[in-house]
Design a protein around this ligand. Sequence first.
Ligand code: TRP
Ligand code: SF4
Length: 341
Amino acid sequence: MNNLNNQKINLVSGMRPTGKLHLGHYLGVLQNWVDLQKSQKYNCYFMLADWHSLTTKYEDTSLIEESIIEITRDFLACGLDPNESTIYIQSQVPEIAELHLLLSMITPNNWAERDPTLKDLVRASNQDESNLTYGMLGYPILQTSDILIFKGSVVPVGKDQTAHLEMSREIARRFNYIFKQEFFAEPKPLFTETPLIMGIDGTKMGKSFNNDIKISATEEETITSVRKMITDPQRIKRTDPGDTERCMVPFPYYKIFADLETRKTVKAECETAQRGCIDCKKQLADLINTKFAAIRAKRQSFSDTQIIEILQAGRQKARQKAKENLKQIRELMHLNYFDKV
Ligand code: TRP
Ligand code: SF4
């Protein structure tokens, strides 16, 4: 399919609902999604992949509901527009589950078993491989169903999803081969070049590491987090000159959030000890608070009820398309025995 006759390209992506989003999500994912939506080139489908969060955390599901509301609030505040994009909860589109089952029939076990992304996920979730569930093994096949149910051909994701996407292409290809039709496009990942943002402790920012700054943080919470950032470890006394290259966290943040002029000033003042780390961090917290002021205000403007309504509307839109596509898939697989009766 090409882009003629207003036939837009289908774009699908998702996020697991496991807590409010942080600045890393904003810079690495959301900003990009919003730009893609604005480009008007795609039919965008953005899902809250609640089934995927069950793959590693199935005993305690108590936080999923609230996470869905808060993440959707983050989405909307950052500029995803439910009139432009379809925003929905994965488990409210049961057609995805049916496709997951159908695709699992044609997917060789060892494709899933050798998926390195899956191995990373198992490691990150502190499960040992002998506890691997059937659902977890099916993670990339479920993700493939998320994409193919909308005949998605573009998938904006992080580099960490490369192997999953490779498998999605292989499954699409295999389906087309077995059922003798170029039915599914081979979904391509769309990687973004975004600055990697560190947590306040200088390691990778993560929700579970207690080192993140939330999009939804208050100004005070932001100031407190920035105050804890690790600076230049060799700068012991206020009168010691610092080195912005050694500065672990604040200076890299300046590179993301400040203009060139400000960065030059910070560097010059830091390296001549004219500036102390405490003041430097105050200024940084200000920059972050200014940057997110409008988004945070917009967050407050949505009631839970409004958010639920938006997700309901997304569900309708998503299901309509999913049903249509699933019907065609069943036909192709000759499973539509009595559909006409
Ligand atoms: N596995 C993805 C992640 O952890 C989330 C996801 C679920 C996804 N379904 C998807 C991404 C479909 C792209 C397309 O980031
Ligand atoms: Fe880092 Fe600023 Fe301290 Fe220099 S003054 S070490 S840039 S926090």
